[in-house]
Design a protein around this ligand. Structure first.
Ligand code: GLC
Ligand code: CA
Length: 546
């Protein structure tokens, strides 16, 4: 079946982590006015919408994912007037804005929770999940995603509340209609302002299982994509359907076979961030990339949704280390080609591509040398846990430094100045020392740069509808180095071949591919199309049928 046409299918998204994007007033923290200053950069890059990580009022225990007022802007990011100005300016330039919506949990400083914990009969009590227990006996053994028990004992009323992330992020109780009504009212308030959609944080967690249920081999199974979630998500969808917007859900624990239910014609969202291909990296932090697993997980989602629904395509976000470090190669010989290879590999799949700030210039992980340089709440916890388990400080730091999401949260590298043009003062998180080599200013006028490559990819996707709507066929699925796929829309045909390894790869393509191909984009100048031949390390090419 052919995909229906929608603006958000043809769009390219850009994720902004506001604390680290651009600091306009030199307090070391990025802000709304910083985003306004860089809109022309984004316009030139060619993207169509930005997704901004949370900028709401928050004690910032989990960097804004702990919201204490959904309808207020955190002072250090700016004011609501500045946000309105950003929205108007972006719209004027043809850039849409998607906001982060964090409704699985709130901050423990939200007035709902402050009320809720007062007494068992407080009107806000059932906005959260309170369960009996004794101080030394939690209701069950559920573990938090950030480590430790998912339950926190509250002395005042002698009950536990559930928090599947940090203890400062109590889970909202979606079984309460009153709570849901409040959330839906807040959602409409933002949409009435004219924003263009939402990224739904942790949305596969809003339904919890019975407390007697134990975790499977997946420690988060009792609160991840639990049966019954469809009722909550349908109610949410009904609110979204009142508006012409785009929605993208963060959907850990949702499998490709369930994809159509989530993002099909009548799905809950327009697209979701799946976790299958991301999970591969975690195991591979030191070793070589498992190319076959990567191909299999991406292809499975492509096949599951082809003609039935829509993918969100991403290789980076604020929760995972930089992709060129984890499964490209940051050595001088391969940094640029591997960043481009990874880019081409995911960008021309079927779906809406997202670029995470800095990915478009090949930003890398940072060599953290002390736990004090790390900010992320889960990383600090993991470090402590590793020490408690008997690891040395050195070992613990090594593990944490390689896996921490702070790798992707270091300030955006605009130029080679002291603080990378992000700020005039020392930022809240270290600037990567490699900003002298890797920065926007240097790459802007270099036609061979990673940045120029991204611009070309975006332009090609805009000019060739087959790259947006074309169906997906994979070739050589067993090849352990090359990812080979074709996109077909009626007469239009495109072929993508990417070597994902640092060794040359030989191949023979099946006969059905034999036609006349022209090169549209390549990351190493070289050969014409050959139906069998060799691809150099990290060589990547996009061909179009003539
Ligand atoms: C999502 C966010 C992450 C946050 C968590 C809790 O996974 O992407 O940054 O810590 O939810 O809100
Ligand atoms: Ca600032």
């Amino acid at each position: 079946m052919k995909q229906s046409e929608k603006w958000w299918k043809e769009a390219v998204g850009y994720q902004i982590y506001p604390a680290s994007f651009k600091d306009s007033n030199n307090d070391g923290i990025g802000d709304i006015n910083g985003i306004r200053q860089k809109l022309s950069y984004l316009k030139e890059l060619g993207i169509d919408f930005i997704w901004i990580n949370p900028i709401y009022q928050s004690p910032f225990v989990d960097n804004g994912y702990d919201i204490s007022d959904y309808q207020a802007i955190l002072k250090k990011f700016g004011t609501m007037d500045e946000f309105d100005a950003l929205l108007a300016e972006a719209h004027q330039m043809g850039i849409k804005i998607i906001m982060d919506l964090v409704i699985n949990h709130s901050s423990d400083q939200h007035e709902w929770f402050i009320e809720s914990r007062q007494s068992v009969d407080n009107p806000y009590r059932d906005y959260y999940i309170w369960v009996d227990g004794t101080p030394d006996q939690a209701p069950n053994e559920w573990q938090s995603i950030f480590g430790g028990s998912a339950w926190q004992y509250d002395e005042q009323t002698g009950q536990y509340y559930l928090h599947i992330f940090a203890k400062e992020q109590p889970d909202l109780n979606w079984e309460s209609d009153k709570l849901k009504d409040e959330l839906f009212t807040m959602i409409r308030w933002w949409l009435d302002k004219g924003i263009d959609g939402f990224r739904l944080d942790a949305i596969s967690h809003v339904k919890k299982d019975e407390y007697s249920v134990k975790a499977t081999e997946n420690p988060f199974s009792p609160f991840q994509n639990v049966s019954g979630i469809e009722d909550h998500l349908t109610e949410l969808k009904n609110v979204f359907d009142e508006y012409d917007i785009m929605t993208v859900g963060e959907a850990s624990g949702v499998s490709a076979s369930e994809g159509p239910e989530w993002v099909g014609e009548n799905g809950y969202f327009d697209m979701i961030f799946e976790f299958d291909h991301i999970s591969i990296w975690k195991h591979e932090k030191d070793g070589d990339l498992d190319v076959l697993s990567l191909k299999q997980s991406l292809s499975a989602w492509q096949r599951a949704l082809d003609g039935k629904g829509w993918n969100a395509l991403y290789m980076e976000n604020h929760d995972v280390p930089r992709c060129v470090s984890v499964f490209g190669d940051t050595s001088p010989a391969y940094w640029q080609v591997s960043a481009k290879a990874i880019a081409m590999m995911y960008f021309f799949l079927q779906g809406t591509p997202f670029i995470y700030q800095g990915q478009e210039i090949g930003m890398t992980n940072l060599p953290f040398s002390s736990i004090d340089e790390i900010d992320a709440v889960d990383s600090k916890r993991l470090y402590q846990q590793l020490l408690d388990e008997g690891r040395s400080e050195e070992e613990a730091l090594d593990i944490v430094a390689n896996t921490t999401r702070d790798n992707s949260r270091t300030p955006m590298q605009w130029n080679d100045h002291l603080y990378a043009g992000f700020s005039e003062v020392a930022p809240w998180l270290l600037v990567n020392p490699n900003h002298q080599m890797i920065n926007v200013a240097d790459q802007t006028n270099d036609p061979e740069s990673i940045l120029s490559f991204y611009k070309k990819m975006i332009a090609l996707r805009r000019e060739n509808k087959g790259l947006v709507y074309g169906s997906f066929n994979e070739y050589l699925p067993e090849n352990e180095q090359l990812f080979v796929y074709e996109r077909v829309l009626e007469e239009e045909r495109y072929l993508i071949i990417v070597n994902l390894t640092d060794e040359a790869a030989t191949y023979t393509l099946p006969t059905e591919i034999k036609t006349t191909w022209e090169v549209l984009l390549e990351n190493q100048s070289g050969q014409e199309f050959q139906s069998s031949g060799t691809f150099a390390p990290y060589e990547a090419r996009l061909y179009r049928k003539i």
